[in-house]
Design a protein around this ligand. Structure first.
Ligand SMILES: [Zn+2]
Length: 261
């Protein structure tokens, strides 16, 4: 039997997200999955380092995070040389989870690169899938429209799922902002349905790690690439089935040791 160890990193700034339930869901979908819930990603990996080297790395990460922050969704005025106060904010945010930080937007590839360098060598093999949860917004530069667009998931050996990105979907510049109270058709910040929805995104990250293809064309499959809130709610909660036949059989074959992407 093949095996994949999936590590979920908590986000203290998304208190409604119950990662133990997400972990149980992943294990229920494939007998070859084992899971582990860890503390917040920076906290965990920086905790492996000795001081004063750790302080040096925190300084370096704070500078790079400040530089990767998106000042305007149209890409103008990028931060090449951040203010000392901006770097200090990032430093405090890394070290203290009580520092309020909601919905800042970062360049997704740069953010992923910063996290990736912290990963320990012994957990970089294909046998490990690391999934970071964050309430920050991660955005890609969309050249045709000349604007940054928020994404919900970046997937690979190291994946990042933006809990705010799921609520803010589809674009950072969208006028369709979520409402404050829970609504049948809209997700809200710290929505009680977030854990159920995140289960599907975590499964996308795991499947992407195995196949390089995170998304499915079936709107009723948990792996569907939803572009609107209605699509998210249907694929993750209202669909009469959990996985399409193709992905159900893929996971079944993986646990028997014979899955092909
Ligand atoms: Zn599918």
């Amino acid at each position: 039997m093949k095996h994949l160890h999936i590590i979920l990193y908590a986000d203290p700034r998304t208190p409604k997200l119950r990662l133990d339930e997400v972990a149980s869901y992943l294990e229920s979908k494939c007998l070859a999955f084992t899971t582990e819930v860890r503390e917040e990603f920076f906290q965990y990996w920086l905790g492996q380092l000795d001081s004063p080297y750790r302080d040096h790395i925190i300084d370096s990460i704070a500078h790079r995070l400040a530089r990767s922050k998106i000042r305007n969704s149209n890409g103008r005025n990028p931060i090449s040389d951040p203010l000392a106060s901006e770097v200090d904010f990032e430093r405090r945010k890394i070290s203290d989870h009580y520092v309020t930080a909601f919905g800042n937007s970062y360049d997704a590839p740069k953010f992923l690169g910063i996290c990736g360098e912290l990963l320990g060598e012994h957990e970089r093999s294909g046998a490990f899938a690391h999934i970071i949860f964050t309430n920050q917004i991660l955005s890609y530069w969309h050249a045709p429209e000349r604007e940054y667009r928020a994404c919900t998931i970046i997937s690979g050996g190291l994946s990042i799922i933006s809990t705010t990105g799921i609520v803010e979907r589809p674009t950072l510049a969208s006028n369709a902002k979520p409402v404050l109270d829970q609504n049948e058709n809209w997700l809200t910040y710290n929505d009680l349905r977030l854990t159920e929805i995140i289960k599907g995104y975590a499964l996308q990250a795991a499947v992407a790690h195995l196949t390089g293809k995170p998304f499915c064309d079936d709107p009723g499959c948990r792996l569907f690439n939803s572009k609107t809130q209605n699509e998210i709610l249907f694929s993750q909660m209202k669909s009469p089935y959990d996985l399409c036949p193709r992905h159900a059989s893929f996971l079944h074959a993986f646990q028997r040791g014979g899955a092909e992407a």
